[in-house]
Design a protein around this ligand. Structure first.
Ligand code: S3P
Length: 166
């Protein structure tokens, strides 16, 4: 089983991925960590500052492609993975299932208050605009949509598992 979690920054992808990994006994793959390793930079901020967002997206795409042949994995994606339709095709290759963790903007902004690690969440009104621009893309990419507001990562993981059984 290959499960990819998508959604805006702060939607809980990494935490839910760990919950799912534990419940389904599958390894968890953090796309951002792999991008960082491939970039040779120390942080995502540094990739954006020194190499630019376009370079980040290029590496993100390469990492998605490298995962095409995997079939027993939980993948926690960065929020911008939906920028390239080919990334979604790669994630779905080999019966991969894409799950959108849908979370209201007020919820993600309260979760990420004070966060300095995300270059695209530094300015609240820009982040809000990005959220609005991306919403339809997450929905279009998703095989399953799960709402996460006011729910624990464990509850979200349980809902995903139930949805996969039906
Ligand atoms: C991004 C989300 C981040 C990271 C990078 C870009 C985005 O990952 O990939 O800062 O474009 O939404 P998280 O969604 O895990 O914060």
């Amino acid at each position: 089983m290959k499960i990819a979690l998508i959604g805006f920054m702060g939607s809980g992808k990494s935490t839910v991925a760990k919950e799912l990994g534990g419940r389904l006994a599958l390894p968890v793959f953090e796309l951002d960590e792999e991008i960082l390793a491939a970039s040779g930079r120390a942080s995502v901020n540094e990739i954006f500052d020194r190499d630019g967002e376009a370079r980040f997206r290029e590496i993100e795409h390469e990492v998605c492609r490298a995962l095409e042949e995997e079939n027993a994995l939980i993948i926690s994606c960065g929020g911008g993975v939906i920028h390239n339709d080919e990334n979604i095709l790669s994630l779905k290759r080999g019966a991969g299932v894409v799950i959108y963790l849908r979370t209201r903007f007020d919820t993600v902004s309260s979760r990420l208050r004070g966060d300095a690690a995300r270059p695209l969440f530094k300015d609240l009104s820009r982040a809000q605009a990005l959220y609005s621009a991306r919403e339809a893309k997450y929905v279009a990419a998703a095989d399953v949509i799960v709402d996460t507001d006011q729910r624990t990562p464990a509850q979200v993981a349980e809902e995903i598992i139930s949805a996969l059984k039906t």
